[in-house]
Design a protein around this ligand. Sequence first.
Ligand SMILES: [Zn+2]
Ligand SMILES: [Zn+2]
Length: 177
Amino acid sequence: MIVDLTRILQEPRRFQLTLHSDWWRADEKAAQIQGLDAPVEACIAISRAGEHYILEGSIRGGLQLRCDRCLDCFTLPMDARFRIALSCTAQDDAEEEVELLEEDMGVGFIEGEEVDLAEVVREQIYLYAPIKCLCREDCAGLCPGCGANLNQGPCGCAPRQMHPGFSVLRNFKLVKE
Ligand SMILES: [Zn+2]
Ligand SMILES: [Zn+2]
């Protein structure tokens, strides 16, 4: 949804958008986000504040993430609020302006006087996904021997299974002189 910012005044204007699962495209930037589990509903209010536009909104939906440890997909419900400022000013001139904004507020730069709200939502989804994705805190991961998902029970490998988190230790060898 492209919004023409020249039509935004101090009074906030509200936009509602629903993004369906076929909208999300997996990319390398966030490979652990496999897709959407349910349509994402976003409600965004845009207002003008001097040289900036303030975007305030909420996003609800469900993300399908891939567990870093067992590679299974799981759903992370999303219920996020955000507040960002957009600046049309060239990046060099903008620094002074940005200082006037709240410190913890994210600032984005846009070219031209328009913004694609779907891209704003996409950025927020990237920010929402955890850096370390685990289907559950104690995910047992994959057997380093046969690759079986150990959350589904033990595999047929040797009984002494190492926790996958420690499998890297196997690469260390004790050197005896
Ligand atoms: Zn897992
Ligand atoms: Zn195994």
